[in-house]
Design a binder for this molecule. Sequence first.
Ligand SMILES: CCCCCCCC/C=C\CC(=O)SCCNC(=O)CCNC(=O)[C@H](O)C(C)(C)COP(=O)(O)OP(=O)(O)OC[C@H]1O[C@@H](n2cnc3c(N)ncnc32)[C@H](O)[C@@H]1OP(=O)(O)O
Length: 291
Amino acid sequence: MAVVCRNLRAFAQKTSSLRCTPNFLRLYSQSKPAPPKLVTVDVDKAGVATVTLDRPPVNSLNTGLLEELGVAIKDLEANKTRGIILTSSSNSVFSAGLDILEMYEPKKQNLSLFWTTLQNTWLSLYRTSIPTVAAINGHAPAGGCLLALSCEYRVMVGPKFTIGLNETQLGIVAPQWFMICMKDAVGRRQAEMALTAGKMFSTQEALNIGLIDKMVSNKEEAIAEAQKFIAQFAKIPPLARRMTKESIRQEGIKYMEENAIDDLKAFMDLVVQPNIQKGLGMYLEAMKKSK
Ligand SMILES: CCCCCCCC/C=C\CC(=O)SCCNC(=O)CCNC(=O)[C@H](O)C(C)(C)COP(=O)(O)OP(=O)(O)OC[C@H]1O[C@@H](n2cnc3c(N)ncnc32)[C@H](O)[C@@H]1OP(=O)(O)O
């Protein structure tokens, strides 16, 4: 016991003197502040979490944001949260989709990490047993639409925002699992028409084809509708709900479990093609010029 105490005293002296050394002060002053969080989580009294994408200006999905979103979903699952409402801190954009800068002139390692993080986070959101609602308070093109489609219910602020999988307009093909999500929501026929044209739907058009479930006029209403949707599950036995969701989403889940590596390879091969790189560069330029 005496030895332990002596050791502790020695350790305490050592660390307290370390605090004052010039070396420690130099290291301390050089340490960077923590980077701002890209996803915030707020759990209300009913146990429903609002998960807010917070990467201004347009919540484009980079590796960091996707990673944080994946961790948030896992944490909420561990805490037995009653529902997840996915929304955005912006007044006009839910999410601009994948961050094109992650795909433009990429380093191979970063590109691979980016896509696997997207795959994993998507699967976590798509298959979570927690009821999920997207409160879409702004434009939701491409990857933004994918996030919304991965939830069980979509409430969108209208009428001026747009949503859709517009990949063909960019000269790229949406991966199979993006297509499965669209088919889940609107059926094969509407999905084929939407995807081949890369159509961006107005809120009303999206409501008409079942791409969204409800149109509201502001974010507060969207959150209230989302809470209402989640509240209905209070009376449903959770195991029956979980197994039903897992079963009905089997096609997408199975697809990713069996094809993640091939999907990654296809993405990596495609993105580095010179014509795709040129297209992405021109798209970025066009976005800058359109300001
Ligand atoms: C399996 C094998 C095959 C796999 C193939 C690959 C599949 C890839 C799948 C999905 C693709 C995507 O998700 S790609 C992204 C598609 N997204 C879009 O096309 C949307 C582009 N953005 C917009 O239309 C608009 O920005 C907006 C309507 C969302 C918002 O408009 P607003 O006027 O409010 O803002 P700005 O346009 O002025 O943008 C502000 C700022 O943000 C930059 N920006 C916008 N979107 C993106 C993006 N997706 N990635 C990176 N950066 C983006 C824009 O350039 C502006 O930047 P500056 O301020 O620096 O000029």
